[in-house]
Write a protein of this length. Structure first.
Lengths: 374, 87
């Protein structure tokens, strides 16, 4: 599991001393940990602070390290609660977080309460920069800006909390722009990165190699589509993608024997691949959650499929506790999977499907632009 | 929880929903108002917060038991789903 965020203790961890016991001159940044911070930032891993100190300690740490921290929890409650709040605020899965603290008791408390997180001492952390958990294969433009994007996101969320009105009104107020377009070859590294890093919005949970993505982008039998989002708080770049098998494909879950698989609607079974589009991969960064991106993509897919002559759009989707947000988006967009006598156990694939007709096309949200749309 | 009636659960869910979305006007959601689509406009973010709070308060993991999340059709269906499993 790739670590996306490192949550740092300050006293005797990120700082070479104790903040409140240092009189007028607070302690300097620990040189070894500062080197780790910089290295990880360059790989697109973000940083946060969990410290039993007043809030000014976090501001001091940001100044003395020259880093932008995506979140900071200062106070005297349990460290595990601070870690959980940071994970929730940043929209991370718990196993995408690492926690570094010099205090054995704090490490034990966090490992017990948040068992999914990687818990490390500062000495371990110095080694861990070489571990695969901290080593993404490529660093894309989006990854290099990740720390800033989380700061933009924090400002966006603060305004959202103060905003009176619906989510759609807020998205318009932010000047949200969702841009859907055919993926280009140069998008392959970022698409690969998304396939590795996305879990809450990912239908397959499988990494797709860059070479495979280049082949799919070039393939006439597939349509690879990239989605970007920006607003007046910042530009998040490429945040999502989908791959459509235009018929009789040879790749992805959509063509594997799915237990209990049923065509949708049932009468379509004779012309599979003709009348039905299959989305073999749908993925989106959790950073784009709540910003109208997945809604725009699903609406556009349904519209394109219907205009392409399909009568159904199928999205085979792994059923796991991790991608519940994606299942919510599918349910909201009118997709259903055939019920099976037994509930799908974790890691089964359900074929979510939506019938299409040219007379009842879903509207494309006003903040999006896409091929074939005015 | 086990003694709570469906209507009582609907009342609690209404408050959870208003808090999850930060929209006070949703305190006026009836037990038959569709949660998906125009009006309430439940999405991934508010949906996850609602499901998380339901699991915390009633011990019912809707997503694990309901493939199509039909329980989320309305506050009434969600309350019935919860009552079924917690009594």
């Amino acid at each position: 599991m790739m670590v996306k965020c490192v949550i740092w203790d300050l006293d005797n961890t990120l700082l070479s001393g104790v903040y409140l016991e240092s009189g007028t001159q607070p302690p300097a940044a620990d040189p070894a940990m500062l080197a780790v911070l910089r290295q990880l930032r360059a790989r697109g891993i973000i940083h946060a602070i969990a410290t039993k100190n007043p809030a000014e300690a976090a501001r001091y740490a940001a100044r003395v390290t020259g880093m932008e921290f995506a979140a900071a929890e200062c106070g005297w409650g349990r460290k595990s609660d601070a870690v959980r709040r940071i994970i929730a605020e940043l929209g991370l899965a718990a196993d995408a977080a690492a926690f570094v603290d010099d205090d054995l008791y704090e490490r034990a408390e966090v490992s017990l309460a948040v068992p999914e997180a990687l818990v490390l001492s500062p000495e371990d952390m110095a080694d861990a920069v070489g571990w695969p958990e901290f080593s993404p294969a490529t660093v894309t433009a989006e990854a290099g800006r990740r720390g800033e994007m989380y700061a933009e996101r924090r400002r966006r969320q603060e305004e959202a909390r103060a905003f009176a009105g619906s989510r759609d009104e807020f998205l318009r107020y932010c000047g949200t722009r969702v841009t859907i377009a055919p993926a280009r070859e140069e998008d392959a590294p970022r698409l690969h990165e998304l396939s590795v890093r996305t879990h809450q919005f990912n239908t397959t949970g499988e990494a797709v190699a860059e070479a495979a993505l280049r082949a799919l982008i070039a393939s006439p039998a597939h349509e690879v589509t990239a989605v970007r989002v920006s607003d007046r708080f910042g530009d998040d770049g490429l945040v999502g993608a989908c791959i459509v098998d235009l018929g009789g494909g040879v790749w992805g879950h959509g063509v594997r024997g799915v237990p209990g698989e049923a065509e949708c609607p049932p009468e379509a079974s004779t012309e599979r691949g003709q009348g039905e589009w299959t989305v073999t991969l749908l993925m989106m960064s959790c950073r784009a959650m709540g910003r109208g991106v997945i809604e725009a993509l699903l609406a556009w897919l349904a519209r394109s499929a219907a205009r392409g002559g399909a009568h159904a759009l199928a999205v085979p989707c792994l059923v796991t506790p991790r991608n519940v947000p994606l299942r919510l988006a599918l349910a909201a967009a009118g997709f259903r999977a055939p019920e099976t006598p037994e509930l799908p156990s974790a890691e089964d694939v359900a074929r979510y499907c939506r019938a299409l007709s040219l007379t009842t096309l879903p509207a494309l949200p006003g903040w999006s632009s896409a091929p074939g749309e005015p | 929880v086990s003694r709570a009636g469906t209507q009582e659960i609907v009342g609690e869910l209404r408050e959870i929903l208003a808090r999850a979305t930060g929209r006070e006007e949703l305190l006026g959601t009836s037990d038959e108002t569709p949660l998906f689509g125009a009006g309430v406009g439940l999405d991934s973010l508010s949906g996850v917060m609602l499901l998380r709070e339901v699991r915390r308060r009633y011990g019912v993991d809707v997503a694990a038991e309901d493939l199509n999340l039909d329980a989320l059709a309305t506050l009434g269906t969600l309350a019935a789903f919860i009552k079924d499993r917690s009594s």
